[in-house]
Design a protein around this ligand. Structure first.
Ligand code: FES
Ligand code: FES
Length: 212
């Protein structure tokens, strides 16, 4: 029968030898080579977005949010980063016509999608009716939340037109209409720390009238 002390020593030697072998192998390859060899999951992806009508191809780390892809990769800094976790609405853009918080969605999930940012809605001298209404009604103070407010409000009017009900829609059997109550409810995900809410409502109501 083998001596238990000898057995314990042998086991310790085996562990030390194994650890040394792994360390030597890793050092020889270098951290990147080791990562590449040992990890078959790609860390980056190529994707194509249609942003404001223009096809844009980019390569991003898979963890890149749509917000960071727009701001850091495509340099469209009109879209703002407020909280970066879905609580303020400053990062709102439209994807295939529907509003999304771009900080909460990964760029790689939108390969082939159509993205509209504040830069795509209008320009100085050719403002979108919603932008013009915000200017007319002073729908902002510092302006940090404004791109998100405007993208969101444009999408809100489309949602109402498409008869998508909100939490405050009373009668689901008739066409939804634009009311201050509907607007307040539907815009509740867009926070304005300057408190320009009443002017924002006025602007949206006017833009809805302009649209109609
Ligand atoms: Fe996306 Fe605040 S930055 S919700
Ligand atoms: Fe300043 Fe809304 S205008 S946060």
């Amino acid at each position: 029968m083998q001596n238990p002390i000898h057995l314990e020593l042998s086991r310790r030697n085996l562990l030390v030898t194994s650890a040394a072998s792994v360390a030597v192998a890793g050092a020889a390859k270098g951290p990147l080579a080791a990562q590449e060899a040992g990890d078959s999951m790609p860390h980056k992806s190529r994707l194509t977005l249609t942003v404001n009508g223009e096809s844009r191809s980019l390569e991003v780390d898979n963890r890149t949010t749509l917000l960071d892809a727009l701001r850091e990769h495509l340099h469209l800094t009109g879209t703002k980063k407020g909280c970066d976790h879905g609580q303020c609405g400053a990062c709102t853009v439209m994807v295939d016509g529907r509003r999304v918080n771009s900080c909460l969605t990964l760029a790689v999930m939108h390969d082939g999608d159509r993205v509209t940012t504040i830069e795509g809605l209008g320009r100085p001298g050719a403002l979108h009716p919603m932008q013009a209404a915000f200017v007319k009604h002073d729908g902002f103070q510092c302006g940090y939340c404004t791109p998100g407010q405007i993208c969101s409000s444009v999408a809100v009017l489309e949602e109402i037109k498409a008869n998508i009900p909100s939490h405050v829609t009373g009668d689901l059997t008739v066409q939804a209409v634009v009311t201050p109550t509907e607007i307040r409810e539907r815009m509740s995900g867009n926070i304005c720390r300057c408190g320009a809410y009443s002017n924002i409502i006025d602007a949206i109501v006017e833009a809805a009238g302009t649209k109609a």
